[in-house]
Design a protein around this ligand. Structure first.
Ligand code: A3P
Length: 336
């Protein structure tokens, strides 16, 4: 987490608020002129902000997050690298936490996309003033793609669920997703270009390995605050993961609930087969700041190993070699 905080030490008068915001805008403009940039996936350029390749909108959002977001100790964050299964985990976390409020025969998730269950913090901080979250019930849930070290120090006392996924599957999923959302005036974005950029660490919120390692190391330091999960383990043992999630969030399942099959009901409700076939996820749209995304774009195949249909042996070897090198000595492995 970053130690340099822009949070004012005392409450501000309204013109001081304006001055403070103007100062952030100046800092942002200065950053945009001075930090390195490279080719973007959805937008023209990504900028290297404190070691991470970030869409300019989210650099500004990160400055505003540091300045204005006030975490509460009971907040729970779902953090992930894009395309690691965030949508699925959102559904699982939400339905686990709210299991006493909805019936499984007529559930909130039958009528609303999983992305709507709780706010994506990065987009909510895109413009000033940032969204007011004070009305939310405790524990408040938020999602973010920011790496651990780009988050304000004040968030370190909160709980985090981090979700990662095998990088070749992330790359393919991200390329398909970003190609669809790519700004219309940009040239087409080939898989070869995406692959090359990914291997150089250049993709939104990348380098992938730095993102994953930032949370991995933090989770080793405080496992009671950071639950580190892999998409593949959720896929293999969803019931086990849901029980771990519930315990981690402070709402463990009772023996009676287990007996009644509540865990299985949550897993079934949030399964790819169920969610992707709901009308709301076939036709609905979710807004992230100014960007509209059809819910169906969050459900593609939902399988492990689809990269085999896209990447050559040579590509596999290059990316595996990079990941092996970058994760060496960390204790973190993929595909296990
Ligand atoms: P694929 O593109 O490989 O199919 P995110 O939610 O972080 O954007 O990640 C999207 C990926 O998670 C997509 O992967 C999507 O199909 C998959 N996904 C979405 N919902 C899922 C679910 N309920 N179960 C398993 N995978 C799911």
């Amino acid at each position: 987490m970053s130690h340099q905080s822009l949070i004012p030490q005392t409450p501000l008068e309204s013109n001081e608020h304006e001055d403070h915001y103007n100062k952030i805008c100046k800092d942002y403009d200065h950053l945009m002129e001075t930090i390195p940039k490279s080719n973007g996936w959805r937008v023209e350029h990504l900028y290297n902000y404190n070691g991470f390749w970030i869409n300019p909108i989210y650099i500004k959002a990160n400055l505003l997050l540091h300045a204005y977001f006030k975490p509460q100790p009971t907040d729970i964050f779902l953090a992930s690298f894009m395309k690691s299964g965030t949508t699925w985990l959102k559904a699982l976390i939400f339905s686990t936490l709210t299991r006493h409020f909805y019936s499984f025969s007529d559930h909130y998730l039958h009528h609303h996309g999983p992305q709507s269950t709780f706010p994506f913090l990065d987009s909510e901080c895109e413009s000033y003033p940032i969204t007011d979250f004070t009305h939310m019930c405790s524990p408040r849930l938020f999602a973010t793609h920011f790496p651990w070290i780009l988050l304000p120090e004040s968030m370190a006392s909160c709980k985090f669920v981090y979700l990662c996924r095998e990088p070749k599957d992330v790359l393919v999923s991200k390329w398909v997703f970003m190609s669809k959302l790519r700004e219309k005036d940009l040239p087409p974005f080939s898989l070869d270009e995406a692959f090359d950029l990914f291997c150089k660490g250049v993709s939104d919120y990348g380098p992938f390995w730095e993102h994953v390692l930032s949370y991995w190391r933090a989770s080793l330091e405080s496992s009671e605050k950071i639950l580190f999960l892999k998409y593949e383990e959720v896929k293999r043992q969803p019931e086990v993961v849901v029980r771990r999630l519930a315990t981690f969030m402070g709402v463990p399942f009772t023996a009676e609930e287990v007996e009644k099959g509540v865990v299985e009901s949550i897993v079934k409700l949030c399964s790819f087969e169920n969610l992707s076939n709901l009308e709301v996820n076939k036709k609905g749209v979710e807004k992230f700041g100014k960007v509209e995304v059809e819910n169906c774009e969050f459900f593609r195949k939902g399988v492990i190993g689809d990269w085999r249909n896209y990447l050559s042996d040579e590509m596999k070897q290059r990316i595996d070699g990079i990941i092996h090198e970058k994760l060496k000595g960390s204790g973190l492995i993929f595909g296990a």
